[in-house]
Design a protein around this ligand. Structure first.
Ligand SMILES: *Cc1c(COP(=O)(O)O)cnc(C)c1O
Length: 353
C-alpha cells in the first residue's frame, strides 16, 4: 500500500461502545445493527469483533446476512428489510436467518415451512411495518403457517429530537397494539436508547453508537464513554506558498486575502470525503484544526496551513476520528455522520487494530 489514505478501525472501541449501549439498557438484549458494511467499518470484521458479545446481528438485506454466514458467523441474524420473493425466503431458511415481516405480502412468502420472524408494526414512521390494527391477524397467520415469531418491533421516526410529541405518540400506539401479546418487544435505535428510557423494552437495536458516533446533531446528549471507531486519515503530498489575491482549486472557489501556505492532502470525493464540504470545514493536521479551502477534488483537498509553520510533506492528516468528530465535518457539509461513514469508498483500505 503506497498511498497513505486509509480508514483505521478500532475493534476494541467497537466492543466498548456496544457494552456502553448494553449498559444503558441493562434489562434488554441488544441486536448489533451492522447493515451497510457495518456503517462502512467492514461487516465481517465488526461481526467477528462482537461475536461473543452480541446475541444477534441486524443487517438490511439477505445478501449482507450471507456475507456473515459465509464468513463463519453463527449468531442469530435479523434481516431488517425481510424478503420480497419466496425464493429469498428459501435462502433465508437455508441459512437460518430471522426475517422481519413488515408487509402483508411477506406473510405468504414465508409461511408453509419452518421459519423465524420478527413482526414490524408501523406506528408513524410510514416506511415499513404492518398497521397496528392488523397485528393480531398477522401474528395468527404466521403462527398457523409454521413461523416462529420471536418479537414485535417498531421504529421511531424522530428519536433524535427529544422535544417531539410524535415519539410519545408512537410509544403509546405500540404499547396499545401489543398489550396482551406475550412476546418480546423492540423499539429503540441508538438515539432512543440514549434519550428515551421508556423505549428500551426487551430488545434494543443500537447502530451508529456502536461505531462511537452520536446520533444527535448537538452534543446535548453526548455519551462521553463512546469512542469513535473509525479514523479516516491521509497525508500531505504538496505544500506551496501563494500570493494574496490568488485562488485555489476548481472553480477558484477560495481566494487568499493574504500571502498563504496551502497544503494538498491526498483524499477526495472518490474516497468518500464530502464534495460539498465548504471553505472552513475543519481538517486535523499536526495536532491542530485547519480550514479546508477551495473545492474538494476527486482525489485531493487543499487546506490553509499559513498559521501552522511546522507542517511538511508527508505529515499525517485526520479527516475525522477521535480528534475531529465526523458529525462536525458532516454538519459543515450539510449531511450527517451516518452518510459520511457509509460513504467511505472501496478505494480506501480498512486497517484494523
Ligand atoms: C438502522 C436501524 C437501526 C439502528 O439505528 P441507529 O440510529 O444507527 O442506532 C435500528 N433499527 C432499525 C430498524 C434500523 O433500520
Amino acid at each position: 500500500m503506497q498511498r497513505k489514505t486509509a480508514a483505521y478501525i478500532d475493534r476494541e472501541a467497537i466492543r466498548s461502545n456496544f457494552s456502553v449501549a448494553r449498559s444503558l439498557a441493562p434489562d434488554a438484549k441488544a441486536v448489533a445493527i451492522i447493515k451497510a458494511d457495518a456503517y462502512g467499518h467492514g461487516i465481517l470484521q465488526v461481526a467477528q469483533a462482537l461475536q461473543d458479545l452480541a446475541p444477534m446481528f441486524g443487517v438490511a438485506t439477505i445478501d449482507e446476512a450471507l456475507v456473515l454466514r459465509e464468513g463463519g458467523i453463527g449468531n442469530a441474524i435479523l434481516v431488517l428489510e425481510g424478503v420480497t420473493t419466496r425464493d429469498a425466503s428459501e435462502t433465508a431458511r437455508a441459512h437460518d436467518l430471522v426475517l422481519m415481516v413488515h408487509a402483508s405480502e411477506q406473510v405468504e412468502m414465508i409461511t408453509g415451512a419452518p421459519a423465524s420472524a420478527w413482526i414490524k408494526v408501523d406506528t408513524g414512521m410510514h416506511r415499513l411495518g404492518i398497521n397496528s390494527a392488523d397485528l393480531a391477524e398477522t401474528l395468527n397467520k404466521l403462527r398457523e403457517g409454521g413461523v416462529d415469531v420471536q418479537a414485535i418491533c417498531t421504529h421511531l421516526s424522530s428519536a433524535e429530537e427529544t422535544d417531539k410529541a410524535v415519539t410519545r405518540e408512537q410509544l403509546l400506539e405500540f404499547a396499545q397494539c401489543t398489550a396482551g401479546i406475550d412476546l418480546p418487544l423492540s423499539i429503540a435505535n441508538s438515539a432512543a436508547i440514549i434519550a428515551w428510557p421508556d423505549s428500551r423494552a426487551d430488545w434494543v437495536r443500537p447502530g451508529i453508537m456502536v461505531f462511537g458516533v452520536s446520533p444527535f446533531a448537538s452534543d446535548v446528549h453526548a455519551v462521553q464513554s463512546l469512542q469513535p471507531a473509525m479514523t479516516l486519515s491521509s497525508e500531505i503530498i504538496a505544500i506551496r506558498e501563494i500570493p494574496a489575491g490568488d485562488s485555489v482549486g476548481y472553480g477558484a472557489r477560495w481566494t487568499a486575502d493574504r500571502k498563504s501556505v496551502i497544503a494538498t492532502v491526498a483524499v477526495g470525493y472518490a474516497d468518500g470525503y464530502p464534495r460539498h464540504a465548504p471553505n472552513g470545514t475543519p481538517v486535523f493536521v499536526g495536532g491542530e484544526v485547519v480550514p479546508l479551502v477551495g473545492s474538494v477534488s476527486m482525489d485531493m483537498i487543499t487546506v490553509d496551513v499559513t498559521d501552522h509553520s511546522g507542517v511538511s510533506v508527508g505529515d499525517l492528516v485526520e479527516l475525522w476520528g477521535s480528534n475531529l468528530l465526523v458529525n462536525e465535518v458532516a454538519e459543515c457539509a450539510g449531511t450527517i455522520g451516518y452518510e459520511l461513514l457509509t460513504g467511505v469508498t472501496s478505494r480506501v483500505p480498512r486497517i484494523y487494530s
